[in-house]
Design a binder for this molecule. Structure first.
Ligand SMILES: [Zn+2]
Length: 291
């Protein structure tokens, strides 16, 4: 299971080189996996990149990123990309504004977006953290949000985890939308935000689930229970005796094995401590054997 998730995560990562840092956590299993890679800033705890001797910080310098624009902090905030190499964050110019890691535009802000893949009891939450301008950030938000709306609902625990993720992502989107319009070098490619989330599969599937789930709840709550025929109700209060698998009504003053206390449409509908005896019309009498 964990292997499959790890592979799925890797595929996801290799498709999008603009993602600086991706973590996977597997709930319901035993693995917490973080992904480090060639162009992923990674701390020493989760990657095989050793710190340069000149730096003795806790965090290893992230690997150089070919598409990395200058003026950007690493995911853990301890390193700064000067356009050529990672330097300690203290060496970053104080005035250097954060730049989008995809297109180099300013203003940009660090956002954390999550998506959930839920499979009954197992599930994976993947986290993407990066510095993005409004356009690239919106593109990342829409991609992650649509994914989590599609795959996040299909577990009991993860349904609620996914609710938190959805609201968390919305909060990050709100921060992105507060950024000014991106200023970038003309001709620099940026991520196309594409269609809004509500026009994508995830939203449509979520809306359908909500509609079906909500309407079946309403139907169940508003449908009156099917009444029992008078002939069945006449059994309540009678005493019964059983021989083999059959129950027959007897006079309560004589010997009896129990008393009919209620009716049910199914054998499971009777209280668990009672015996259920099927009537000719398919309903059941529930017999309290202590009476
Ligand atoms: Zn950008």
């Amino acid at each position: 299971m964990a292997q499959i998730f790890a592979l799925a995560g890797w595929r996801n990562y290799t498709e999008d080189v603009s993602q600086p840092w991706i973590a996977f956590s597997l709930e319901g299993g035993r693995v917490n996996k973080s992904q480090g890679g060639a162009d992923i800033p990674a701390s020493a705890g989760r990657a095989d990149i050793s710190p340069s001797p000149e730096y003795t910080r806790a965090s290893a310098a992230p690997a150089p990123a070919p598409i990395q624009p200058p003026g950007q902090f690493s995911a853990d905030g301890q390193w700064w990309w000067n356009g050529t190499r990672w330097v300690p964050a203290s060496a970053a110019p104080a005035s250097g504004p954060a730049a989008c890691m995809v297109c180099g535009a300013t203003p940009a802000t660090q956002v954390t977006l999550r998506s959930v893949l839920a499979l009954a009891v197992f599930g994976v939450t993947s986290t993407v953290r990066g510095v993005y301008c409004r356009d690239c950030g919106l593109a990342m938000f829409r991609q992650r949000m649509s994914a989590t709306l599609l795959t996040g609902w299909w577990g009991v625990l993860h349904f609620f985890i996914n609710l938190g993720v959805v609201f968390g992502n919305l909060g990050e989107r709100a921060r992105l939308m507060r950024l000014g319009p991106p200023m970038r070098n003309p001709g620099t490619g940026f991520l196309d935000p594409g269609r809004p989330v509500f026009l994508r599969a995830g939203f449509i599937v979520s809306a359908a689930v909500l509609l079906i789930g909500g309407s079946s709840l309403i139907i169940a709550a508003t449908t009156p229970p099917v009444p029992f025929p008078a002939a069945d109700q006449a059994y309540i209060g009678l005493c019964a005796q059983h021989s083999g698998n059959d129950w027959s009504t007897v006079d309560c003053s004589g010997a009896h094995d129990g008393k009919v206390v209620s009716l049910a449409h199914t054998a499971e509908g009777c209280p668990s401590e009672d015996s259920a005896a099927k009537l000719d019309d398919g309903n059941y009498t529930c017999i309290d054997t202590s009476k």
